[in-house]
Ligand binder design. Structure first.
Ligand code: TYM
Length: 325
């Protein structure tokens, strides 16, 4: 069983990335051969400053390792250290119908947010298909916002296999029921680009301030509160034990406590949950070569797999032998 996922270095890591993808990915390290990568080619669709991109890549690497990615168990690498993936992306683009890409919500959302409609942004899902298919991945842990991209990947893989023979494994998404769509402080999906993120590396003061600013309704302290769509309850569920969660839910229904109280409980629970992450982060930051060594080793291992797939793809499609590295 090969498990793969990626994250764009287009900002700092937030609770949505952590609970939606990173935590499941880390838990899966026990059960298969895992490949996790930093999607820097993808980030180039929105980050056009070299220094910023390098800083984001480094930040995501620190965060992923501090969150529990074990480079002994998993192959952890930078997408652009395996340039074969861009070749596969090109080959896949020659069998990808325009209509398939035109239907992608993520592309339309990005245009609606004012991002320029570049060719890279439009064919983003083809590069993502190449990421997944070049490693013959079976399982791809992602948040709900990536579901359509996974469907596009399967469509492209099937089309390619029908034309050229069974080269690619058809992957399956792994989308967690409780954490596939973590809300931000305003109730929309938490996102690097919506200004509603709570970041793992925030200092305590700003972390707590953001929790205290979570959107709530104006039900007075003494009255029962709605448990439907409560941001506080949704976030608390991620870190509380079932008993702690049931106690807060019952208290909502009985009334008598204000939202400020619940937010404080939530802030304590979340802050404590990330104590091991902060400790590990501090250790990683104090050994500067560690990240480079991990990423270089990961790239070597990932590239060997990718090049094997590309040998088959080149042969099946009529291209020449893969040139040496
Ligand atoms: P990215 O960088 O936007 O997000 C990384 C992962 O975090 C998940 N996520 C969320 N999950 C729950 N709630 C949220 N609010 C939330 N926000 C983000 C995303 O679903 C994602 O799993 N295109 C990908 C990166 C990528 C990739 C791949 C992923 C490139 N190639 C191949 C898997 C396989 C992306 O932009 O993720």
């Amino acid at each position: 069983m090969r498990i793969l996922s990626g994250i764009q270095p287009s900002g700092r890591l937030h609770l949505g990335n952590y609970f939606g993808m990173m935590l499941p990915a880390i838990q899966l390290q026990q059960g298969g051969e895992c490949l996790y990568f930093i999607a820097d080619y993808h980030a180039q669709t929105t980050v056009h400053n070299a220094k910023e991109l390098r800083e984001y890549v480094n930040g995501i690497a620190v965060d992923f390792l501090a969150a529990g990615l074990d480079p002994e168990r998993s192959i952890f690498f930078r997408q652009s250290d395996v340039p074969e993936v861009t070749e596969l992306s090109w080959i896949l683009s020659t069998v990808t119908p325009m209509g398939l890409l035109e239907r992608c919500h993520s592309y339309k959302d990005k245009l609606a947010r004012g991002i320029a409609a570049s060719h890279g942004l439009f064919c983003y899902p083809v590069l993502m298909a190449a990421d997944i298919l070049i490693y013959n991945s079976n399982l791809v842990p992602v948040g709900r916002d990536q579901k359509q991209h996974l469907e596009v990947t399967c469509d492209i893989a099937e089309k390619f296999n029908n034309m050229y023979g069974n080269i690619f494994t058809i992957p399956e998404p792994l989308i967690q029921a409780d954490s596939a769509h973590i809300p931000g402080t305003d109730g929309q999906k938490m996102s690097k680009s919506y200004n509603n993120g709570i970041y793992l590396s925030e200092d305590e003061k700003s972390f707590r301030k953001k929790i205290m600013s979570l959107k709530t309704d104006s039900t007075p302290v003494e009255l029962p509160k709605s448990t439907q769509d409560s941001l506080i309850l949704q976030l608390y569920k991620l870190v509380a034990t079932p008993e702690e969660y049931a106690a807060m839910e019952n208290s909502f229904l009985s009334g008598g406590r204000g939202y400020g109280d619940y937010k404080k409980t939530l802030a304590d629970a979340l802050w404590n949950h990330f104590a091991p992450y902060r400790k590990r982060r501090h250790e990683i930051l104090s050994s500067p070569d560690y990240i480079d060594n991990v990423l270089q080793d990961g790239a070597k291992r990932a590239r060997a797999i990718a090049r094997e797939t590309m040998r088959q793809v080149r042969k099946a499609t009529g291209l020449g032998d893969l040139p040496p590295c």
